[in-house]
Design a binder for this molecule. Sequence first.
Ligand code: MTE
Ligand code: MO
Length: 327
Amino acid sequence: MSSRPRYPYISSSQITPEPVWRARRQWMQQMAGLAAGTGLGGLGAILPGSAAADTLPAIAGMQANPEYAAAKIDRKLTTEKDVTSYNNFYEFGTGKGDPLDYAGKMSTSPWQVQVSGEVEKPRTFDLDELVKLAPQEERVYRLRCVEAWSMVIPWVGYPLSALLKQVQPTSKAKFVQFITDMQPEAMPGLRDRIIPWPYREGLRMDEAMHPLTLLTFGLYGKRLPNQNGAPLRIIVPWKYGFKSGKSIVKIVLSETMPQTSWVAIAPSEYGFYGNVNPDVPHPRWSQSHERVIGGGFFDPKVPTLKFNGYGEQVASLYSGMDLRANY
Ligand SMILES: Nc1nc2c(c(=O)[nH]1)N[C@H]1C(S)=C(S)[C@@H](COP(=O)(O)O)O[C@H]1N2
Ligand SMILES: [Mo]
């Protein structure tokens, strides 16, 4: 994250404009269909290249929710190739290509998630049980990252609130912490002490319960590839990428603000909130503009939007807060 990407630009030879265009067009058609009241299948059913074996059935059958999906996406979807080959997952190394090269060895089945802390009903869920909690929704979001680059990714998942409601947070629950798995045999990055492992992230309770905060199982209608955080991760679309922990095994609710990895390492650079904000530069780079992954070397950067463009939905969570002090 703080280290320079090894190959910061995707060369134009890696871009496949036609499939991008096709995916976007099909997405728009799906949106139009839904707006017209037709219940179409999920992305998994319509996007090209969705290998049936990789499709997560209960998720792929979900329907898109036009309220959250189409309106904010005024850019092309990032190609599946870029989404799955240009990653941050330091357990597998700090290079953007390391997760693709090394995450294949991570074991993702069986998988359980333990939910504990300030809850009335602490419980350990099997992955299948979590998939079954899914309401009929599927959404597309932008993900932005601290390096001031961005992608538009058709994530597949459902609001984290559906899971949190199952365990009944106590009145003391003010924060939620997400803890990533540790598999020393499969994760060469754990030998480097860049992060006090395991990777930990967190949200305030109201952020975690916000309908835009997604418990994510897939992308492009398929199960998450390991490098993107299989078998489940968090996506918080109005925050920088580091807030979205991958390959989560524990969720802990607490009364006090939990420790998070990046705040522990570099508190002056990364705050607990991590809200996308063009007015608050990172100490080592501006956040006013972002490079769109998949564009050409000479494509101009585009202006970054406050809260990643989701201000209408989330700004009220921070009313009265100084977002410069609480970065
Ligand atoms: N466990 C874990 N989760 C993580 C990271 C990590 O290194 N380890 N990197 C974060 C950062 S800095 C970013 S930008 C996003 C990248 O997600 P993506 O590779 O799916 O785009 O994952 C976040 N979640
Ligand atoms: Mo990041």
